[in-house]
Each structure stands twice: as C-alpha cells, then as structure tokens.
Write a protein that binds this ligand. Structure first.
Ligand code: 0FX
Length: 245
C-alpha cells in the first residue's frame, strides 16, 4: 500500500527541491500543502507542485487519520500536541539544534556565535526541540550576512534531505535527543533587534556584526528614527571581499 505523506511548507524552494528528490521513490502518495494564512504560496510563479491550504490546529484529526508521515519544510504553524502525538512528524529546520532554536537562527548565530546549520528532527511539543535525525553545521565567515549564511543553510537542508529521505520515509533512522535544551529566539526577539539605539556604545566590530546579522537582501530590518525629523531610516551593510593581490 502507498505510504501517505503530507508536506506542509511555507518555503517554495524547499518544496520544489523535495518534489525532485522524491521523484525516484515508488509507492508514495504525497500531498503538498501550505499554511492557511499564507495564500501567496500557492500563487508563487516558481512553485512546481499543486498545493492545498492547511490549518494544522483545526485539521489535526483529519491529518492523523489520513497520513502516515507529516514533513514540515519551514511550516510557519506550530504543530499541536495532539498532532505530534498521533502521527510521526518531521521538521526540516534552518538552524543547528539546540542552538538558536526558533526564529531566523542564522541572524542570532552571527550575533552570539552559537553554531549555525541545518537540522532534521522529529517534532515534539516544543519549538525545534525533538530528537535529531540528521544535522550539519555551516561556517559563518566574518563577511557573511544573514542572506549569504541562509543560502548556505538552505543548500545544506536539501543535501540533508537527499541523504536521509529514504530512512525518514521508512522511519528507520536512529534519532538522538539533543544533550542540552539550548536557547530559543522568537519573532518578537528579532523585531526588538531591528530598532537601533543611536546612543548605544559599542565597538565597530560589534556594530558590523550587528548590521550583517540584520542584512538579508531587500528586507528592511534594522532602522533608526532621526531624532530631529522623526524620519525612520532603514540600515543595511555591504561587505565585499577584496580581490587577492
Ligand atoms: O521559513 P524561514 O526560513 O524560517 C522561519 C524560522 O526561522 C524557522 O525557525 C521556522 N522553522 C520556519 C517555519 O520559519 O523564514 P522566512 O522565509 O520568513 O525568512 C527567511 C530569512 O529571511 C530569515 O532567516 C531572515 C530573512 N528575513 C525574513 C523576513 C520575513 C528577514 O531578514 N526579514 C524579514 O522580515
């Protein structure tokens, strides 16, 4: 009988990569889905699969009934306890658990120096917390921004998926509980980071680290308010490695 798998994702690139990886597998019945509050996902020009909206808190009974396995590829919804207790749920996470679990891990790794990377783990009731199936670290260089670190992490997530997909689907991996609880950052922690205190005393090294942590392509993250005019100004940094002489 076909194994029924639900993919829940709010990340188009990972969804497309996953669909390519499973193309060579047989006896799988895969449903792709995205968060009910992220309708733009389904209309994304790049999306290569058909996907339906899902509200995991409201639909957990149906999901448990219908699927043998749920895989989250950056699903922005928290899985309820009833869901994770009744069907095997696996998460692909853009961080090196248990360090900087939660929101935008590489941003916090640039700031606090904790390990960054990708982790595939079983989902339990806590955020990015369950037993680890596979993980690998990336090196964050002094010239990396949030974006360049994130690009490395996303490639690593796809590699880890490629290497472990068979055992994830079959459930034959040996998952290991993280040795520590680590630390968690929430969306509000990131939002708090965005406001620049113009009076804050720091070293230039720390200031550069802060700005590269907040620089992610076109996103407007870090900002200050001009005290004279009240104008809000977004700040990004450009880092360029000098050519070798
Ligand atoms: O999907 P995702 O890469 O990851 C987030 C959480 O970090 C992760 O822990 C969770 N498992 C997942 C479900 O949700 O987030 P994103 O696609 O919204 O953002 C990707 C990167 O873009 C982020 O790491 C930093 C950057 N970014 C994003 C937003 C929305 C910004 O710099 N500013 C922003 O406002």
């Amino acid at each position: 009988m076909d194994k029924k798998i639900l993919i829940v994702s709010d990340n188009v690139e990972l969804t497309n990569a996953f669909s390519k990886l499973v193309a060579s597998f047989h006896n799988l019945d895969i449903t792709y889905s995205y968060s009910y509050n992220n309708p733009g996902f389904a209309n994304s020009a790049n999306l290569q699969v058909t996907a339906e909206a899902v509200h995991v808190k409201e639909q957990w009974r149906d999901i448990v009934h219908r699927y043998d396995l749920v895989i989250s590829l950056h699903c922005k919804q928290l899985f309820p306890a009833e869901l994770v207790a009744n069907v095997r749920c696996v998460n692909v996470h853009p961080g090196f658990n248990p360090y900087n679990r939660g929101w935008f891990p590489q941003v916090f790794s640039i700031l606090n120096g904790y390990k960054a990377g990708a982790t595939i783990h079983e989902i339990d009731e806590q955020l990015d917390h369950g037993a680890i199936i596979a993980q690998r670290e990336i090196v964050i260089e002094k010239w990396d921004t949030s974006l360049t670190a994130y690009e490395k992490i996303q490639q690593l997530e796809i590699e880890l998926l490629r290497e472990n997909l068979e055992s994830i689907i079959a459930g034959t991996y040996k998952a290991v509980q993280p040795e520590e609880e680590g630390n968690v950052n929430l969306k509000k922690d990131f939002n708090n980071l965005c406001a620049i205190d113009l009076q804050k005393q720091t070293t230039l090294g720390e200031a550069i680290d802060y700005l590269r942590a907040m620089t992610h392509g076109n996103y407007n993250n870090a900002y200050f308010i001009d005290p004279q005019t009240g104008v809000k100004v977004f700040v990004k940094i450009t880092l360029e490695i000098a050519p070798e002489k």
